[in-house]
Write a protein that binds this ligand. Structure first.
Ligand code: 3PG
Length: 210
């Protein structure tokens, strides 16, 4: 079902950012997150089996909304368009990536870390951005400052956001959701510790956006 990036962000206060290195982990991980109440995830391309993992997760939990993350090039965008990905996420934005993302027909969450980058993203028509790396790039004070000049832009801050910090970000008026790897860290996925991931995911579902 086609959705806008706003509709996707409204379904998620917290977007787990995760990487799957073993296809056997895809199904139990999708269930641990979705059954805990999370509806949207960012699955990174930082694994050779990322696309297979996406297909496997979708097969296991068709209603899980999966954004492909770490999209860096037009080639990555093409790879995603040919798969069943729901939206695209990038850590930053080059001119060629911007053109490819805009032309993909998919909802997009491009990465921006500065005012100029955010202005460039807004000027080509992006309505929401991943503020990345959030903590390292000015965090909440930056988000508050950008509201004056760019009042309509929506943000998904990501980068060194913890369970403790997430609620403070979610309280910001221009933040729809936050992203982070703390819900499904690589070490817990490698251990197949679905119980621990379920616990972290359940606590993330309790965090409401403003
Ligand atoms: C990323 O793309 O690496 C993510 O944004 C995760 O950031 P975090 O590990 O700092 O939460």
């Amino acid at each position: 079902m086609a959705r806008s990036i706003q509709e996707i962000m409204q379904q998620a206060s917290v977007i787990p950012v995760l990487t799957v290195h073993d296809l056997a982990h895809a199904k139990p991980l999708a269930h641990a997150l979705f059954d805990s109440g999370l509806r949207v995830i960012e699955l990174t391309l930082r694994s050779p089996i990322a696309v297979e993992a996406l297909v496997e997760m979708k097969r296991a939990v068709p209603d899980l909304i999966i954004g492909m993350g770490t999209v860096l090039t037009p080639g990555h965008v093409r790879l995603c368009v040919d798969s069943s990905v729901d939206f695209l996420v990038s850590p930053g934005l080059t001119e060629e990536l911007s053109t490819a993302m805009m032309g993909s027909g998919l909802p997009c969450l491009p990465g921006c870390a500065t005012t100029s980058e955010t202005m460039q993203a807004a000027s080509v028509g992006f309505t929401a951005v991943k503020f990345f790396p959030a903590e390292q790039s000015g965090g909440l004070p930056w988000l508050n400052s950008i509201r004056g000049p760019l009042p309509d832009l929506r943000f998904c801050p990501t980068g060194s956001i913890s369970a403790e910090l997430a609620p403070t970000y979610l309280a910001a008026p221009n933040v729809d959701c936050v992203g982070g790897s703390w819900i499904a860290p690589s070490a817990l996925i490698a251990e197949q510790n679905w119980a621990a991931i379920t616990k972290l995911a359940k606590s993330a579902t309790q965090m409401g956006a403003n």
